[in-house]
Design a binder for this molecule. Structure first.
Ligand SMILES: [Ca+2]
Length: 259
């Protein structure tokens, strides 16, 4: 091979190496973006402290963890994975079963179990139980978790409420109006005019129910254009009718939960 032919070949090789390196770095950036993605679209500026005071919740069980949590009469445990059922997270009080994920969601399969948090959500001095289970969706839906809240009542019983949330977790509970009670920032994504938007709402936590209540803060409903970059700015791309349609979709999806 003559030196004249070797130079272009070397150049081509360098180009190929550079292209492969670029693809690898793009893939790395994309995967980092994807993993950071739920936190990249909060209703307040990404990467800065939450402007609201937020709930502190003790983590007592995590995905794949089977060792039970016990405190007083309360026992929370997750079973090993079973055929057709998955892992089942069960709560017992005084050895009486009061909740389990298989009975509450017989149509879903929780392969990993649940993340469980123990905390006084309602500020009445009694500890409530927050259960988040991953139903194994794909695509954007891979961030959807099923939430089951067990709210302790004065008579020792628990009220059960359930809903779906995008990247749901105890960090969603913040005091949006500064009255000392926590509310929940609830978000999901919906399609309008060929694009996806985040729709943030506020859920008021009553003693025995949860309800959408956007009156508690002027910050919601907040509609954010979906991008792969952090973005907390309300979208300017929607007409009033499109905005209302997105809010209707969000309301319907909340009401579709077993309230
Ligand atoms: Ca509040």
């Amino acid at each position: 091979m003559s030196p004249a032919k070797m130079i272009p070949r070397l150049c081509r090789l360098r180009l190929v190496v550079a292209a492969v390196a670029l693809l690898i770095s793009c893939g790395f950036l994309w995967s980092r973006e994807a993993s950071a993605y739920p936190e990249s679209h909060p209703p307040f500026p990404a990467g800065k402290p939450t402007p609201y005071s937020s709930l502190k919740a003790e983590s007592v069980l995590d995905y794949h963890v089977e060792s039970p949590f016990e405190e007083g009469p309360v026992r929370i445990s997750t079973s090993p994975e079973r055929d057709k059922v998955g892992r089942v997270t069960e709560i017992r009080v005084n050895n009486q079963p009061i909740f389990d994920t298989a009975s509450a969601h017989s149509d879903l399969y929780f392969q990993f179990g649940s993340r469980v948090f123990y905390t006084d959500l309602t500020g009445d001095g009694r500890k409530d139980i927050l259960v988040y289970s991953y139903p194994g969706s794909v695509g954007l839906g891979a961030h959807i978790e099923i939430a089951d809240l067990l709210i302790a009542k004065a008579d020792g019983q628990f009220t059960h409420v359930t809903f779906e949330g995008f990247a749901a977790g105890p960090e969603d509970f913040v005091d949006v109006n500064g009255d000392g009670r926590y509310e929940m920032l609830w978000v999901n994504y919906y399609f309008e005019g060929g694009h996806s938007y985040w729709v943030y709402r506020v859920v008021e936590i009553g003693d025995d129910n949860l309800r959408l209540n956007d009156q508690l803060t002027p910050d919601v409903p907040k509609l954010i254009w979906f991008t792969e970059k952090p973005n907390d700015k309300p979208t300017q791309k929607l007409t009033i009718a499109e905005r209302e349609d997105l809010i209707r979709q969000s309301t319907a999806s909340w009401q579709g939960s077993d309230q």
